[in-house]
Design a protein around this ligand. Sequence first.
Ligand code: AMP
Ligand code: ZN
Length: 122
Amino acid sequence: MDNCIFCKIAAKQIPSKLIYEDDDVLAFHDINPAAPVHFLIVPKKHIATLADCTNEDAALLGKMSLLAPKLAEQLGCGYNAAGDGKGGFKTLFNIGPDGGQEVYHLHMHVLGGPRPWGRSMA
Ligand code: AMP
Ligand code: ZN
């Protein structure tokens, strides 16, 4: 998609602080973090919103969801349910104007780290 900032990041036309990349998705730090750890998991395929996903995207959405705890763990904000019960993180999709979406290329926010956090994602 022309003029899509996350397509441009995926194509390496715009730099990002990359955390993870494979054939289908990439993850990079949010440029305006709302928590000590705040990164985005983004499909390489351009899909505008979660509401535009179809059953064909089920595996992609599953992959994004499963990546969130793995990358959170790598970045020091994982949650180990069998451990001391501390830590943890939040995953979030904003969808459409009332959902607060600003970039119309599907992305999952992952926020974590010790509270209090910064700007509200509400
Ligand atoms: P949303 O409101 O869900 O569309 O969130 C878009 C997010 O993308 C915001 O948290 C922005 O800070 C973030 N963002 C915008 N441009 C960039 C960029 N070039 N690199 C990293 N994050 C970005
Ligand atoms: Zn795009």
